[in-house]
Design a protein around this ligand. Structure first.
Ligand SMILES: C[S@@+](CC[C@H](N)C(=O)[O-])C[C@H]1O[C@@H](n2cnc3c(N)ncnc32)[C@H](O)[C@@H]1O
Length: 456
């Protein structure tokens, strides 16, 4: 294995980007399960009155767990990574921003279980599963088996088979080129992409029969160099179907509960009636998801698994949906009523649109409050909010009491960022929001930042 790599083939010489991923936050996962989960199964993780504990496996620079800790001072948040530079950067930020309830460990999948940790309600892995060895995946499964509470939730993302299949030869070429020319990974990835682009320009037949590979090459030519290195230059790069992943996770006692990709709720706008009928005729939910991938072609699958989920009734699920608060992701006054999908346009009813717009321009609101204040029919408000969440115009928000409790802690975190950046030279691209319990881009409009509870 070239020296840039860890023993199991992960690129260890170069650090990754500093990102925040909403799919790893409890509020978002809770809503994803409520709105599109498989039947009436709400995991205990989101309803327990005990203090919440979560762990981010392979957390990189740790911004996602640090924000999770900053917004919920009662939670016990953990993250670990075997790249020492990632963890020292993460610890420096947590310390500078006064976030005491996050523990960041310099540990590998293999050594994590040697540490004294609590059992977790939520374990997340973003950008890990496709890029590590078979042995590392087995270590991860051992962690899930031993450290996830009964009723706990796992979120994991991985490269989907259908979306990436045609890019496999290109990714192998990037990897081989970098290692056979003994290139530095940044130069190797960039030169290899330029070379493959040249091959395409010279008429390489591969791109004629694999148009998706061409689209991914276009993306590779423009993307962040650190993403390129971690996406394309690892010794391991495996594409999976849900059936394969579910099979591996079953040995940790986990079963598939739904997707964190909210488009699942709106197949009707993405697929022909024939396609929907075909999917509807597949009784096995895992096989149905794998078939759906042929239609939707996702690059990244974002799956949610649960351990021994307690059953709840569909009445309780509807009640929970009615109480789910939302905030506007764009300025509330600009919420559109009509949206275009591949299968045609769709509109919120005029009264639901007006009621949602009025409510959200005053702050976060639930379907129950919107109905109480406007008298509009519940079904059209719920459907309107679901549609707006699907297209990213509204985001699930935390209960009011949690926002109130988290406000001063997020204030402290957000206020510390500028000073931290001056000292470290590192850019932190997200503020913490006590409204969503997640991050919001620091480039966002000032009015939107205010609506997200960011006071800087
Ligand atoms: C693509 S990055 C994703 C980082 C972060 N989850 C994110 O999405 O920003 C993959 C991470 O896994 C970490 N990693 C890879 N193999 C590991 C191992 N055996 N033990 C612990 N961390 C590992 C890497 O150091 C890297 O930070």
């Amino acid at each position: 294995m070239p020296k840039a790599y860890s023993e199991d083939g992960y690129i260890a010489s170069h650090t990754y980007t500093t990102g925040f991923y909403k799919e790893q936050t409890p509020a978002f996962l809770h809503y994803a399960l409520l709105s599109g989960g498989l039947g009436p199964r709400l995991p205990a993780a989101f309803s327990s009155s005990e203090a919440f504990a979560s762990c981010d496996i392979g957390c990189g620079f740790g911004l996602t767990p640090i924000i999770a800790a900053a917004v919920d001072p009662t939670a016990d948040i953990w993250g670990f990574d075997f790249n020492a530079e990632h963890i020292s950067g993460a610890k420096a930020l947590a310390q500078a921003a006064n976030v005491p309830n996050v523990t960041l460990l310099d540990a590998s999948f293999e050594t994590f279980l040697d540490h004294d940790t609590p059992d977790f309600d939520l374990i997340t892995l973003h950008g890990i599963y496709s890029w590590v060895s078979d042995e590392s995946r087995q270590q991860i499964i051992k962690i899930l088996h031993k450290r996830l509470k009964p009723g706990g939730v796992v979120y994991l993302s991985y490269n989907g088979l259908t979306g990436w299949a045609s890019a496999a030869p290109m990714r192998q070429f990037f990897y081989d080129y970098t290692n056979l020319t003994d290139s530095d990974p940044f130069a190797g990835a960039s030169n290899a992409a330029a070379m493959v682009n040249g091959m395409r320009a010279a008429g390489a037949a591969f791109f004629g029969v694999n148009p998706q590979a061409g689209r991914l090459l276009d993306k590779a030519l423009q993307t962040d160099a650190r993403y390129m290195v971690h996406e394309y230059l690892n010794g391991n790069w495996s594409l999976f179907s849900l059936v394969q992943v579910a099979d591996e996770l079953a040995s940790a006692g986990l079963s598939y509960a739904g997707s964190a990709d909210l488009t699942h709720a709106f197949d009707v706008f993405h697929m022909t009636p024939e396609a929907q009928a075909m999917l509807g005729s597949i009784p096995n939910p895992l096989l149905r998801e794998s078939a759906r991938d042929f239609f939707m072609n996702p690059l990244l699958r974002k799956d949610i698994f649960v351990k021994d989920p307690p059953l709840t009734t569909s009445d309780r699920q509807t009640e929970a949906l009615m109480d789910q608060r939302f905030c506007a992701m764009k300025l509330a006054g600009q919420l559109p009523q009509h949206f275009n999908f591949p299968r045609g346009g769709v509109s919120l009813t005029a009264d639901a649109h007006a009621a949602i717009k009025t409510a959200l321009s005053k702050g976060p609101a639930s379907a129950r409050t919107i109905v109480d204040n406007s008298g509009v029919e519940l079904k059209s408000v719920l459907n309107g909010l679901k549609l707006l969440a699907n297209v990213g115009f509204v985001a699930p928000a935390l209960p009011e009491a949690m926002t109130a409790e988290g406000q001063q802690h997020t204030d402290r975190f957000n206020a510390a960022l500028a000073e931290y950046e001056k000292g470290s030279g590192e850019r932190v691209p997200f503020y913490a929001s006590p409204i969503t319990g997640g991050g919001i881009s620091r480039e966002a409009d000032a009015a939107l930042l205010k609506a997200f509870g960011v006071r800087v």
